[in-house]
Design a protein around this ligand. Sequence first.
Ligand SMILES: Cc1cc2nc3c(=O)[nH]c(=O)nc-3n(C[C@H](O)[C@H](O)[C@H](O)COP(=O)(O)OP(=O)(O)OC[C@H]3O[C@@H](n4cnc5c(N)ncnc54)[C@H](O)[C@@H]3O)c2cc1C
Length: 415
Amino acid sequence: MSGQTKRRAIIIGGSMGGLFAALYLKKQGWAVDIYERSAVPLVARGAGIVTHPELRQALADIGRSAEGDLGIPFDWRVVIDAAGEVTAKLLCPQISTSWNRLFEILNEVMPQEHYHLGKDFVGFEQDADGITASFADGTSVRGDILVGADGFRSRVRAFLFPEAKSVYAGYVGWRGLAEEARFPEALRREIIDTFVFHLPPGEQIIGYPAAGPDNDLRPGHRSWNIVWYRPTDEAALDRFLTDDTGHKHRVSIPPPLIAKSVIAEMRADAERLPRQFREALRLIDQPFFQPIYDFEAPSMAVGRACLIGDAAFIVRPHVGAGVVKAAEDAGALARCVGQAADVVSGLKSFEAERLPVGRSFVAHVRRLGSYIRRSFDSEEQRAEAMIRAVPETVMAETALLDFMTAKQSAPEARA
Ligand SMILES: Cc1cc2nc3c(=O)[nH]c(=O)nc-3n(C[C@H](O)[C@H](O)[C@H](O)COP(=O)(O)OP(=O)(O)OC[C@H]3O[C@@H](n4cnc5c(N)ncnc54)[C@H](O)[C@@H]3O)c2cc1C
C-alpha cells in the first residue's frame, strides 16, 4: 500500500462483475466505489442461472456463503423427443438460481454508500500517479485503478479498443420464466424439478428450475426457465430488433418493446414443440430473445485500466458461465493487484492469468453452439458440428464447466 492511504478502485458497472470486483478488492483492504449507469436499482433480468461449485466458492471468498439459500437443487437431466417421450437421462445434481437472487445476495454485502446509481461513465485519463473517470453528469473521480465491469457493450472497452467488435453468432435464444404456480399439476410434477432438453434439427431448447417471483425458492413458488436457441439470419435479426414504432434497436431490444408480430411468429412455431415446452411457453407472458454474440478483447489491462466479465469476453450461454467468469476475473484481479507494490504490474499479472481462460471459454462455447444453424459451408464443417448435437453429449456439456477442469489438469496446462 502507498503510505497510510488505502488504494482506491473505480468500478464501472454495478452488475455481477462489478459487485464481485468491489467485494474481492474490499477484502484486500482497498477503498472501492461502484458507478452504475442505471438510475434505479438493477432488477428483473428475467434469467435463470445454473450455478457451479466455482460460483459457490467465489461467494464464500467474499464472505457470503450461500449454502442453503442460493437456489433450487435438482438432480436429473433428460432429453425428450418430438412426442415428449424421454429418450436419454443423466444424473447430474446442480443448484439453479436466478439473476435476481444472485444480485440480491451480492448486494446485501456491498456497502450501499459506495454503490452510486445514475453514473454514466463517459471517459477516463490516466497518468503515472492515478486514473480519473468522468461521468455524463459532469462529475469525475480519481483512483488507482479503473475496472471496466460495464458488460457486453462496455464503454471502457470502447475507449481502450475502439476497433474491437462483437460478432453475431447467427442465432438467438428465446427466453422466459414460467411461474410454477401457473403450471397444470400434471406438468408441474413431470418437469419442474428437471433439466429438460429437446433437440430439433439445428436448434436446441432447454428448461430448468429457477427462483420464482421475488426470488422465492419454495416449492409451488418457483419458476421454470426456458431458453430456445434458433438460427436467425441477419435480415431476420434486423426485423426482430425493430419495435412496433419502426425504430431499429442496436444489438438487443428491451423485452416490452419486441414487436407483437415477432412474438406471434415465435409462438406459432412453438406449437410444433413437444407438449411440455409448448405448454410451459404458453405460461410466459413476456418472452424475450437474446441475440448470441462472440467477443474477445485483445487485452484485459492497459496501464491502470482493466476489463472483467462480459466487457472482456462474451461467452455464449451454453455453459452458463457468464457469472462464474466475472467472479473469477474479479478474484484474480484482487489477488494480483491487492498487495502489489506496483498496480500496473499487478494488472499485467491479472491479464496473464485471465486472458487465456477467457479465450478458452469463448472457443469452447463456440464449438458447443456450432450445430445451431440451418446449413453448413462444407460436409466437414457439418460432421464436426454434429458431434455436439448428440443428445448424450449435449446433456453432458451444457451448463457444466468440466472442460475447464480438464484443461487445468492437462499436462500442457501444468507445465
Ligand atoms: C438474458 C441473459 C441471460 C443470461 N443467463 C445467464 C446464465 O444463465 N448464467 C450465467 O452465468 N450468465 C448468464 N448471463 C450472463 C450474465 O448475466 C453476465 O455474464 C454477468 O452478469 C456478468 O456480467 P457483467 O457484470 O460483466 O456485465 P453485465 O451484467 O452486463 O453488467 C454491466 C453493467 O454495467 C452497466 N453499465 C454499462 N455501461 C455503463 C456506463 N457507461 N457507465 C456505468 N455503468 C454502465 C450496466 O447498466 C450493467 O449494470 C445472461 C445474460 C443475459 C443478458
